[in-house]
Design a binder for this molecule. Structure first.
Ligand SMILES: O=C(O)CCC(=O)C(=O)O
Ligand SMILES: [Fe+2]
Length: 356
């Protein structure tokens, strides 16, 4: 039937760089020569795709009057986020096929262990749930694996989660400028203790210990806002806290119609022959793996949040799962320990405790 994940084909739209980039400005930019400034090049000297060196610019490149290389927007994107080689394994899902749990598990062999057999049956339906609508696993891509979990949260639960932003630590988009990607949304870092529902469900349904969870972030995108192409993997020089990010879990707290943008799109993955893009659907979760369980980043998971074109606001809550214990940075005083009691109570209330 219809592709409810709302694939679109616009690549690279709204991509912009630098300190003063705004969505309206970056949309107006034409593909003419542009300077790749030095602050866009991380100061690292490894040769994987997560790092860039001056050599990567190549000696034969045209330079401007200051001796800085002139590049088109497409060239810049290609250097920051190299396209996949022909040999790279890419296995989309078979169109229209409903994958069984064992088939889904087969695709997850290199990823952090989610023990999906505990709460999901042969058909990927949750066996224990307090929700009116069935919680259902769906495979969106085989290799690299991308999963949707439909109705992981009810509408009321999504509202409750969204309210945690009121007591979270607000970080405006300005904080993110100067990085490789443009982010024009607003984020709130949440105290673990303020979102026991999220922690309880992720802990139980997905087998994730609290200690591995990065502080949950609520993100709001308004009209014109976006988060351009990026990897979720942590750069090599920032692995001390918790090691690599092994999984990204993103829960949509609002519905956005596909004609209004706002989909989570993967540049190199296909769904029904189009770029894989998940359209926000309230209560549904998207799960993918920025790195394999051994900590190796997976460049195939390059993704973005498409520019918002309608008037509705997109709200998500998202959480990254680390290799090792992660210590919260924000808000000040945030800790897993402080959330423990609330999470345990919520697990019991949801009927997810072992001894029920
Ligand atoms: O908002 C989305 O759909 C994606 C967000 C994202 O990729 C991120 O915050 O890392
Ligand atoms: Fe991301």
């Amino acid at each position: 039937g219809e592709n409810r994940y709302g694939s679109k084909t616009s690549f690279f739209g709204g991509f912009g760089f630098g300190e003063s980039s705004t969505p309206s400005k970056s949309r107006k930019k034409k593909k003419k020569g542009k300077r790749l400034t030095n602050e866009l090049i991380p100061n690292k000297d490894t040769n994987d795709v997560f790092s860039m060196t001056q050599e990567a610019l190549g000696p034969e490149k045209k330079v401007d009057k200051w001796g800085l290389p002139i590049q088109t927007e497409d060239e810049i994107i290609e250097e920051l986020f190299p396209s996949m080689s022909k040999e790279t394994e890419m296995i989309p899902v078979v169109s229209g096929k409903e994958y069984t749990l064992p088939e889904i598990q087969d695709c997850l062999g290199n990823q952090i262990d989610l023990n999906l057999g505990r709460f999901f049956d042969e058909n990927g339906a949750a066996t224990q749930s307090n929700a009116a609508k069935p919680i259902q696993l769906k495979l969106l891509h085989q290799s690299p694996p991308v999963l949707a979990i439909d109705n992981l949260f009810s509408d009321t639960e999504c509202e409750e989660l969204r309210n945690a932003s009121l007591v979270g630590h607000e970080v405006s988009s300005a904080t993110f400028t100067g990085s490789l990607s443009t982010r024009t949304s607003t984020s709130w870092f949440c105290n673990y203790a303020d979102v026991p529902l999220l922690l309880a469900k992720v802990n139980q349904y997905l087998n994730i210990p609290l200690e591995l969870m990065e502080e949950p972030q609520i993100v709001r995108y308004q009209k014109g806002e976006e988060f351009s192409w990026h990897y979720d993997a942590v750069p090599e020089n920032a692995l001390e806290n918790g090691g690599q990010r092994l999984a990204t879990l993103l829960v949509y707290l609002t519905d956005i119609a596909s004609e209004d943008g706002g989909g989570t799109m993967f540049r190199d993955l296909k769904y029904d022959s189009e770029p894989l893009s998940m359209q926000p659907k309230v209560g549904s979760a998207l799960l993918f793996f920025p790195a394999k369980s051994d900590g190796t980043p997976d460049a195939r998971t390059l993704h973005r949040s498409e520019v918002m074109t309608g008037d509705e606001e997109k709200w998500i809550i998202q959480m990254w799962i680390h290799e090792r214990e992660y210590k919260a940075v924000l808000p000040i005083g945030n800790s897993h320990e402080l959330a423990g009691d609330g999470v345990r109570k919520t697990i019991v209330k949801l009927g997810l405790a072992d001894d029920q």
